[in-house]
Design a protein around this ligand. Sequence first.
Ligand SMILES: Cc1cc2nc3c(=O)[nH]c(=O)nc-3n(C[C@H](O)[C@H](O)[C@H](O)COP(=O)(O)OP(=O)(O)OC[C@H]3O[C@@H](n4cnc5c(N)ncnc54)[C@H](O)[C@@H]3O)c2cc1C
Length: 399
Amino acid sequence: MASTYDLIVVGGGIIGCGIAERLRSELPRVCLIDQGPKLGLGASSAAIGGINPHLGDYCLGPLGLMAQHSRTLFPGWINRIASESGTAIPLLPTGLLQVAAGKREWERLADEVMPILLARDIGAELIDGDHARALEPMLGPDVAGGVVQPRDLAVEPALIMNGLTRILLGDGGPDLLLSATVISVVSRRTEVVVTLADGRVLTADRVVVAAGHLSHALLDLPDGVFFPVKGQAMEFASPGRGSLSIQCDALVIADGEEHVVFALPRPDGRIAAGVTFEKGTADNVPTAEGRASILRNLALVLPALTAMPVTRRWAGVRPGTVDAAPVLGYVDDDHRVLAATGHYGMGITLAPVTVDLAAKLLLDLPLDGQDRHDLAISSPGRFSGLPVARTESQNPIAH
Ligand SMILES: Cc1cc2nc3c(=O)[nH]c(=O)nc-3n(C[C@H](O)[C@H](O)[C@H](O)COP(=O)(O)OP(=O)(O)OC[C@H]3O[C@@H](n4cnc5c(N)ncnc54)[C@H](O)[C@@H]3O)c2cc1C
């Protein structure tokens, strides 16, 4: 194992693994470091797997265009990982139904969301309650309708992580340092110095910080830019005859608070559903309260689902940012330390575009207009000079 590299990637989630996989054949000496005993034990394997570029308030702004760019890259990226790793990673063309659990939400979707989606030309269609139930018979009687987004995809993130892990462990992969915690990343004029908790010191020409919700400890950005957002989810056994026919997402009010209901079919009929948003909580332990909250909210939208056996429950920690956009770009004057983090509830959706842009920056490749747009909204520089004022939005992010 060397101690000097062309590139060190800190963090073995979908973002760090994706970048290390992309760069492994471009640069001779690449090292990937994760504090876990194996890759992918952070948020990435906990994600449900909706590829939903136009869901949630922030995606109605410029983030949605970056996410759409990523959606376009998704099939090619997944097919390459699947074929190079020999891992089956089904990408389901399920589409998405943004469900209106009641009349007020239907009016919001019709008046505020639809005009933006129509302008984006993504085939969105507003439907009433009867149409929604015809499309997905498990929807409950109170559903007032919704918006169909036919091009949204569904994937099982743990399978992407399996595929990436196989490639990274294979011949020609990077040096892998597991169970190794990075405690500092310091940019000097000619190199970056990476110090591990066990005292080892590595150097690299460039370093990517992709440490998920723990990235703030390694990046010199203002307090309040990053925060953890715990999310709990569960899986139901296949209903036997058919499964959920379309991904469903809804905003519901319970106990005077807004909650997100999200449900997505797996290729074998299992249904993954959730999710909680526990801002400021950074553990990954599923709780009885989380389970009760998910089931109560699901009952308002997909009551038939709650009668099915729960086969698995889990939790993960999203890397939240104050404006719900990722942080992608150099954070030092010498352009040696690249942040690739802060993907909040969109890290699976945004993985292909993040990998693509990181590769272009690290290899000094040309950028087109869309790349420049995406990098502008992700720029770490947008936080300079902050006292950070936290913005609260009704439905900031969808997963
Ligand atoms: C319940 C839930 C549902 C979700 N559903 C969706 C969805 O449907 N669609 C979607 O697009 N997104 C979804 N997300 C969001 C998505 O999971 C995240 O945005 C994404 O996984 C972030 O990836 P990452 O690689 O940045 O972070 P992570 O996967 O958390 O990886 C970071 C890695 O860095 C390592 N690390 C941290 N600090 C250090 C250090 N100091 N030294 C060494 N290693 C370190 C960690 O061990 C970890 O492996 C969901 C998230 C949750 C929790």
